[in-house]
Write a protein of this length. Sequence first.
Length: 497
Amino acid sequence: MTSKTLIQPLDRVAIALMLLLSLLIGFIIFQGDVVSPRVRNFTWQNQQIGSDDIAFSLTFSRPMDTKSVEDNLKIEPPLAGKFSWAGRRMVYTLLTPAPYGTNYKVQLQQAKDKFAQNEGKNKVIRPFVGNFRTRDRVIIYIGANPEEQGQLILYNLTQEQKKVLTPKDLTVMDFKPFPDGEKILFSARTANNQDLLSAQLYTVTTGIAGESETKPEAAAKVDLILDNKDYQNLKFDLSPDGQTIVVQRGNKNNPGDFGLWYLPTTWDKSSPKPTPQRLKSQPGGDFMITPDSKAVAVAQGQGAAILPLQKDASKPLDFLPQFGLVQAFAKDGSQAAMVKFNTDYTRDLFLVTNQGVQKPLLKTTGSIINCQFDPASPTLYCLLTQLITQAEYVEQPYLVAIDLKTGQQRPLLVLPVDQRNVEMSLSPDGLGLLFDQVVPQADNTPAPANSLKTDDGEAIATSSLWLMPLLPIADAAVTTIKPEKLPLIGFHPRWLP
């Protein structure tokens, strides 16, 4: 008996599919490489970026002719930058931070495949359009009019919107924004308490989204961070990464118990709230956390010490005996502006680098109030005073820009003689300088019991805020720029990062 092998229906389908796939593969081989080049990924697509975001990348589906990509990439409005490549990935690094409050469009057309010319073909990229935007231009200040006196105010310059962040029963004394802009760390006393040494530390939400994708907390949510039960909380600083607070504290019952303490800003919520830790070191004066957030620069004795942020900080990481104060750090930590106090009561400002260079920048008979490095160019902006009369010790405040490469100084603005409590803040994109003009109570006018006071203890009658646009120091038009008075009544202004 003979048997016949039958082809089952499933086998017929499998054979048909194999034949079809073979034909398709043969067709593709015959046609050659037909995959069109395109942009697979744009890292800033629909993102909001800040001054710390300095580079974006485009990843392509195929190796690209780099010159054709670089020649055809368009950014509107333009952003100067430089290209670098790693295989199919192109990185564009900005030369200066992107101006805040701006929408940007990235376009790429007519860029060519790397191997198209060798194959005698003209493969161009599929047209690409990407979008991103920068953060709004936002400032924070302390209100000085009767309705907002002592309260922390947020003003969005881009949208022209104002928010009152803190309640009336707290009088804000100082504050530092967190790097993501979602919270503000501030010191405050109760509104009916005139003791300037009774401050407690709080945080308050801004209602602004940071880098996280989650929806931000509602604005004006206040949390107590550090009380004043046993210690007075004096000056404080927030680390650049927003993870550590350093506070200068004094024991209420022992004046000799005075020094720096530190505590984290975040912790595992299932664990107890962390308590501040004492920084064991010699007593010091003014201080500032370093850009890497791992150490603190402290005026100590006849010099400036760099102390590690750990319990035992008795051994400084570095000590600079010739300088009495660190005025500012560059964002990358490569250089610092430091003050030298001279025996003839003058002050010298030096640029000190991590390579050991100590370059004198200026000398003044008055004070060096504040200096800030421009993130966009090698410029240092300083708020200084010059002594006018020795007999009455009258100081003239003024703003100056210093080119750190050439040492060239460009005076920006001379302020009124009676403005001894001016404060300034440089915008994160380096395009604006914010400062205040405090008007003290007249000598013959009694100040209200709950009036605001300057650092010198003068009662504040009112205060105005000013915004000065900035241009590169070499630009001749820089001397023609005039500050604009903002429609706000307040003092102690700072930009949100």
